[in-house]
Design a protein around this ligand. Structure first.
Ligand SMILES: [Mg+2]
Length: 312
């Protein structure tokens, strides 16, 4: 059955029962707008779009994977402020010939990712597209009384730490790009990330001075944080983990796995700075420090230097 065969209302009837429901949902889908209860009075808001062919491929990812990923990248941005995801709005542009089951599975993916966080899908939009599938997600989150942690607060003397996987998604993408489907753990990591959501509010409680999620790559996001804070950041690669599977895959593909750690995005790990002396519990681990100056240094070399290559 295709989307055009059952029409918008038929499709909505299939979607509504699959949506994750949160206790914060006072008025859910079906009215003019949703009504969401936000504790503490401060709302974190963020939006992200996924475009077929650019952000996902239908031959590499199932609808369920794509739903999970779309939810995760938004919920990760909420966590990166120190917040907790409460509600998602999902707007979908679909070609008429898409299978209804594909759409159902997409929302099952939203359900999978939102449920453990406690977030609901409270509304959205459906439109017909002539040009592939586009998924636009807006997330609302609560600070639950915490102060938001921006990118701009890192100070010289702070330590730099990460929580979550780094380089896994990039390794999975490299594997898929060469036509392989294994190692499974890496391929799965590319299909949807495993975001350490609780590490965001935890970092805020620990007094994090700056935070962001790693969506474009460790070095790229370190640069943004350093720029926003007006500081320089030094990291060493020996503190980053190349897993045995990454090492094997890199060897098979003839590439350097450290590249995945430094440049790979989409794992949505969290990156934060903390005042020196703060004892960091799991899953936070220290990878470097904040100093005066500007730019990012990896193993002592400016990250944009060509000479940087020999550290790989
Ligand atoms: Mg982000």
């Amino acid at each position: 059955v295709t989307v055009s065969e059952i029409g918008e209302f038929g499709l909505l009837e299939r979607i509504f029962p699959r949506l994750p429901v949160s206790r914060a949902t006072l008025v859910g889908p079906g009215d003019d707008a949703a009504l969401v209860a936000i504790r503490g009075g401060r709302v974190v808001a963020t939006t992200d779009m996924l475009v077929e062919g650019r952000h996902f491929r239908l031959d590499w990812s199932s609808a369920r994977d794509i739903g999970r990923k779309a939810a995760a990248q938004n919920l990760a941005d909420v966590a990166a402020m120190g917040g907790v995801g409460v509600a998602l709005l999902v707007a979908l542009a679909l070609p008429a010939e898409v299978d209804v089951s594909w759409v159902e599975e997409l929302y099952d993916g939203f359900h999978d990712e939102c449920e453990p966080v406690g977030a609901g899908v409270v509304g959205g939009d459906l439109v017909r597209s002539e040009n592939g599938i586009t998924i636009s997600v807006t997330a609302l989150g609560s600070m639950r009384g915490r102060e938001a942690v921006t990118r701009a607060g890192a100070r010289p003397g702070d330590v730099v730490a990460v929580a979550g996987r780094i380089g896994w998604s990039a390794a999975g993408l490299a594997v898929l790009s060469r036509g392989f489907r294994t190692p499974r753990a890496l391929v799965d990591a590319h299909r949807f990330p495993q975001v350490p959501y609780a590490a965001g509010p935890l970092a805020a409680d620990l007094g994090a001075t700056a935070m962001c999620d790693i969506s474009d790559g460790l070095v790229a996001d370190l640069r943004r944080l350093a720029l926003a804070s007006g500081v320089s950041i030094e990291i060493t690669t020996e503190t980053l983990e190349v897993t045995p599977q990454m090492r094997d895959a890199a060897q098979a593909l003839g590439v350097d796995p450290v590249r995945w750690l430094l440049d790979g995005g989409e794992d949505h790990a969290l990156l934060a700075t903390f005042p020196a002396g703060v004892e960091l519990p799991e899953p936070w681990r220290t990878i470097g420090r904040v100093v005066r100056g500007r730019g990012v240094y990896v193993n002592g070399s400016p990250s944009e230097d060509a000479g940087f290559d020999h550290f790989r």
